[in-house]
Design a protein around this ligand. Structure first.
Ligand SMILES: Nc1ncnc2c1ncn2[C@@H]1O[C@H](COP(=O)(O)OP(=O)(O)OP(=O)(O)O)[C@@H](O)[C@H]1O
Length: 302
């Protein structure tokens, strides 16, 4: 479990993390979302004791990182997958990490197998593709068999196969009872990966809860209806619900599909389609973060 309580970090005049309180639970994949500059990387660094908070606390399985007796056995992280040790092989990189942290050498081969790098373990990391570097970063995070895992943008630059592999791995790690805390800018990918969400904007919490509840908040709800009898349907819906009309397609909000079907039937309007529109993570996210976006599109393109 990761528990942040009123966590605050300032850099000069910038408050990167502002009174942030959230919990990432064991046995769940928690997605960490926020616009650029919202404070995600800073938060992850605070969790890992790489930075000191100005106020508040963050605990990893009940203990501040710096007081953990065996940090690598408690928490593993992949913050910057492109960091590498030029000239060293993947296996030697992990051996070096294991030795520095008092972990058994045999664990190196176990994690190499776990991430599918056994056959290239002797190759120099310089020659690794981005996908292989990501896998090596994940292997390093898993080295101490930790209960808590943090991944910053683990699918960045990966092909669909690589993304599917990471998704599967994160699900497995959570199913084993671990806490998995992961940031990503790829919302459709996150929608398939995370069960819980922590969303921040300008360093502050704007949502904490389940993915399902978050998506249910979206304004993109309604029912799509297609009819050759637009006039009859329009008359039936007027005063009963809000709707938009484009050709023979109506998008109705405020009534469920059972009720719309009944109204259409009573009005003698044949329906060729009656389908609820479910919200997407992307829509819910855009709705919620609109005001919290630090750099608007206009500013970002300057
Ligand atoms: N070492 C630092 N010195 C000064 N300012 C910093 C430092 N690290 C972060 N910041 C500032 O703190 C804010 C939060 O940055 P952070 O990198 O945590 O955001 P982020 O959500 O990870 O962004 P991105 O999605 O772009 O990676 C930004 O305004 C950033 O410029």
């Amino acid at each position: 479990m990761i528990e942040a309580n009123a966590l605050t970090k300032r850099y000069g005049a910038t408050t990167a993390v502002d009174q942030l309180t959230f919990t990432a639970h064991a046995g769940r994949v928690t997605g960490f979302l926020g616009p650029n500059g919202a404070g995600k990387s800073t938060t992850m660094r605070l969790v890992l004791g790489l930075d000191t908070p100005d106020a508040g606390t963050v605990l990893v399985d009940g203990v501040p990182y710096r007081r953990l007796k065996d940090p690598l056995r408690t928490v593993g992280a992949m913050l910057d997958a492109t960091w590498r040790h030029p000239g060293r092989s993947g296996r030697n990189h992990l051996r070096w990490l294991a030795a520095a942290n008092g972990l058994p050498d045999r664990r190196v081969d176990e994690v190499l197998a776990l991430v599918g790098l056994t056959s290239v373990a002797g190759k120099r990391v310089q020659q690794y593709s981005l996908g292989m570097q990501q896998r090596l970063g994940i292997a390093a995070a898993l080295l101490g068999d930790p209960r808590v895992l943090l991944f910053d943008e683990p699918v960045n630059g990966l092909d669909p196969e690589g993304m599917a592999w990471i998704r599967e791995l994160l699900h497995t790690l959570a199913a084993e009872g671990r806490t998995v805390f992961v940031s990503s800018h790829l919302l459709p990918e996150m929608a398939q990966t995370a069960q819980d969400l922590v969303v921040i904007g300008r360093g502050r919490l704007i949502y904490q809860g389940t993915m399902d509840d978050f998506v249910a908040r979206t304004s993109e709800h309604g029912v799509r209806v297609r009819t050759p009898h637009a006039e009859r349907l329009r008359a039936a819906l007027t005063g009963q619900a809000e709707f938009t009309e484009t050709g023979d397609v109506f998008v109705v909000s405020g009534l469920d599909s059972d009720r719309i079907g009944q109204l259409a039937f009573d009005a003698g309007a044949t329906l060729h389609e009656l389908s609820p529109i479910s919200g997407t993570l992307e829509q819910a996210y855009l709705d919620l973060t609109r005001e919290a976006v630090e750099f608007t599109g206009a500013e970002a393109t300057r």
